[in-house]
Design a protein around this ligand. Structure first.
Ligand SMILES: NC(=O)c1ccc[n+]([C@@H]2O[C@H](COP(=O)([O-])OP(=O)(O)OC[C@H]3O[C@@H](n4cnc5c(N)ncnc54)[C@H](O)[C@@H]3O)[C@@H](O)[C@H]2O)c1
Length: 315
């Protein structure tokens, strides 16, 4: 069975990809420091797949521990790198925390791949690399505009670091997947979006408000140039996103003619506003949600959705 190292594998997207990998016959090995996830996710994965997944509680910013893990798993055929801090707003307040965590971890992983000849990388990038786009939808060829937050900048820099790394490691291939807004959960509900602390993403904030765990949902800004003034995003189901990771992995492993570096947008190609999502939730659950309009949040762009033609055709 082919071994794949999955960093951030107890997190929201990582756990769904781990399930997808197991279902498709791979052996994922998780490395995560549980800074935004819980060990109990492993039980959820086991309930769905009936498999125990090997797990290492390691901070990827710890160079020695990371390299020793890579040495131990040098027979892996690839790395899927999810581990990162991801709150746009928090990154504006604490930029150094974001640069240190998201870049140190990536550098240590690349060092591990170089030292132990692990040949394939899938990198969690984001539509934030496009900054505030000039035109919608964005394609992979849309301009990389100045990042609107330190978080977005770490994704732009991450992609550049990988491209530079590949120039001196011609045996390695990489794909950056630029996610739009993942939502939803595995059908079983044994895994889902379970951030520790206050959620920074819309959907868990909505559900936590609905069950009374949060008092009120703040809608950040109602003066954007969108149909109802609230920010517009492209929401993709997390299981579709997970599926795309395995497809991307199969492309770089299985297709000897594939490029040594490529990027793909992963979105559905339609934009919905924050109020669209709230109203849809209220309709579906027949429940009123307590929300208020708040000032814009630093780092947010007004509207973005994907042109997903390339991923649809090639993955
Ligand atoms: N969820 C989104 O809306 C979204 C959108 C675009 C891109 N992304 C990217 O996708 C990836 C996964 O996002 P997610 O939503 O699953 O986030 P998440 O917070 O649920 O998962 C990330 C995991 O990485 C772990 N982690 C963070 N820093 C670490 C470190 N230094 N060492 C070891 N583990 C560490 C956390 O504990 C967590 O389990 C991230 O790179 C994120 O930037 C997410």
């Amino acid at each position: 069975m082919q071994k794949i190292i999955v960093t951030g594998g107890t997190g929201y997207i990582g756990s769904h990809v781990v399930v997808d990998l197991i279902t498709k016959g791979y052996q994922p090995i998780i490395i995560d420091n549980l800074s935004n996830s819980e060990r109990s996710v492993l039980e959820g994965i086991k309930k769905i797949t009936d498999k125990d997944v090997e797990f290492a509680d390691i901070d990827l910013c710890d160079r020695e521990a990371t390299l020793s893990f890579f040495e131990q798993h040098r027979d892996s055929i690839g790395v899927i790198h999810f581990a990162a801090l991801k709150s746009v707003g928090e990154s504006v307040e604490k930029p150094l925390k974001y640069y240190r965590n998201n870049l140190d971890s990536l550098i240590n992983i690349l060092q591990g791949m170089e030292s132990y000849n692990i040949p394939n990388l899938i990198f969690s990038s984001s539509c934030t690399v496009y900054g505030e786009p000039d035109a919608l939808p964005v394609t992979e060829l849309s301009a990389i505009k100045p990042a609107t937050s330190p978080y977005g900048h770490t994704k732009q820099m991450g992609e550049e670091i990988i491209m530079n790394f590949l120039k001196s490691n011609s045996n390695v291939k990489a794909i950056s997947l630029r996610y739009f807004n993942p939502i939803g959960a595995h059908d079983s509900a044994y895994i889902g979006e379970l951030p520790t602390g206050v959620p920074s993403n819309l959907m868990p904030y909505i559900t936590q408000t609905a069950i009374g765990k949060r008092e009120c949902l703040s809608v950040f800004g109602d003066d954007y140039k969108t149909h109802d003034g609230t920010a517009l995003r492209d929401y993709i189901h997390v299981c579709d996103l997970a599926d795309a990771h395995t497809m991307a992995l199969e492309k770089i492993i299985g297709d000897s003619n594939s490029k040594n570096y490529d990027t793909y947008n992963l979105g559905v190609g339609t934009g919905y506003s924050v109020l669209d999502v709230i109203k849809s939730f209220e309709r579906s659950t027949d429940q009123k949600l307590n929300y208020k309009i708040a000032p814009r949040r630093a780092g947010d762009v007004s509207a973005i959705y994907a042109d997903n033609t390339k991923a649809t055709k090639e993955l």
